[in-house]
Design a binder for this molecule. Structure first.
Ligand code: SF4
Length: 361
């Protein structure tokens, strides 16, 4: 017995040394595995020593061993370009009718979650046009039930959403944003924000009521342009009471709504920064207003197209990366043009789970 105790005591210094080495090793390993750089405005890369470099614009230019520059915390997946509306300033136009098979889309979403994604927004085109909403519904359910993503959201024009959809999928959706640029039906018609003679404002109010009934947070997106810049929307917005009212400045994107090969030509819709500011000033008392100028908007969104390619808008058009399904998220992310600092500055990280919002339904 005495010999056993003596043996443990004599081993103690060695065990202490081993423990110390293990702690030092873990500290150094953790330090070396931190990202070495973060993105700054204008697509430059901020190094740890404070200097900045411009990343290569080509895939061939990416060096082996480059580290991911930022986390894809919040991703916008534009899985379709098809739409039943024809807004004159649309900046994600119907250049293809392709949609990935749903199993590929799910695989890509799983990869994004593995890379750090916490929020996914499904957008288009019009997300409810594919399989009458079943496609987006199944993705919403997959993200919330299987992946348990904190935030699952959709941006839609609202015209194709049925009550049956809400019954089946509403519980899995955190936020539904509906686009509305005017409360004057004639202006909506002029912009192209409607299908045929169907009143867009009727769709907006119908969806707002269903969001309330099925406990989905309701949001409104508006694009301010030459046709609505003088409008006072304060009373309408206050009455609809969205959790957020995102107000964008009309933006030109080469190849989408500007230039020879574009399907839309939005030059006549563009307003100046001063006109945008005048609109914001007129609505300064609307509490839920979240303004987004072109400067804030252009590079602060991670956009995935219908092939799951990141779209880089830094040069004023949408340059695609390779698909994350082919090269992985880390590699594709190097060509996304994503400005993480601007994402944070524009308030890209907010209370985005409906479970965390103190909503009265
Ligand atoms: S509703 Fe959206 S996707 Fe459809 S045409 Fe208008 S801006 Fe484009």
């Amino acid at each position: 017995m005495f010999e056993d105790i003596w043996a443990y005591v004599s081993l103690a210094p060695s065990l202490l040394l081993l423990l110390t080495l293990s702690v030092v090793y873990r500290y150094l390993r953790h330090k070396w595995l931190q990202p070495q750089a973060t993105l700054t405005a204008h697509g430059k890369t901020q190094q740890r020593d404070g200097t900045s470099v411009t990343p290569s614009a080509t895939h061939e230019g990416a060096r082996e061993g480059d580290r991911p520059q930022s986390l894809p915390l919040s991703v916008n997946y534009h899985f379709t370009r098809q739409c039943n509306y024809s807004c004159g300033f649309c900046f994600h136009t119907a250049k293809t009718s392709d949609v990935l098979p749903i199993e590929d889309a799910k695989r890509g979403i799983q990869m994004l979650q593995d890379a750090g994604m916490q929020k996914i927004n499904f957008s288009g085109g019009e997300p409810f046009i594919v399989q009458r909403g079943k496609f987006v519904g199944e993705l919403v359910r997959f993200c919330k039930v299987d992946l348990k993503l904190p935030s699952v959201t959709i941006v839609s024009n609202g015209s194709l959403i049925s009550e049956k959809w809400f019954e089946k999928y509403g519980e899995y959706l955190d936020i539904l944003a509906i686009s509305c640029d005017s409360f004057d039906p004639e202006v909506n018609e002029l912009i192209g924000r409607q299908q045929g003679k169907k009143n867009h404002l009727d769709s907006l109010r119908r969806v707002r009521d269903m969001c309330s009934k099925y406990k989905v947070a309701f949001k409104i997106n508006s694009v301010i342009n030459t046709h609505n810049k003088g409008e006072d929307m304060a009373d309408y917005i206050t009455d609809l009471d969205p959790v957020r009212w995102k107000v964008f400045q009309c933006l030109l994107i080469g190849g989408e709504n500007s230039g020879e090969d574009a399907l839309r030509h939005a030059e006549s819709y563009v307003i100046s920064p001063e006109e945008f500011q005048a609109f914001l000033d007129r609505h300064k008392d609307v509490k839920c207003l979240v303004p987004e100028s072109n400067e804030k908007m252009q590079n602060s969104y991670l956009i995935l197209d219908e092939y799951m390619r990141f779209l880089d808008c830094t040069k004023g058009n949408k340059d695609p990366s390779k698909s994350i399904l082919d090269v992985g998220v880390t590699e594709a992310l190097k060509f996304s043009g994503f400005d993480e600092q601007m994402f944070l500055k524009r308030g890209g990280k907010y209370t985005w789970s409906k479970a965390d919002m103190k909503l009265e339904w």
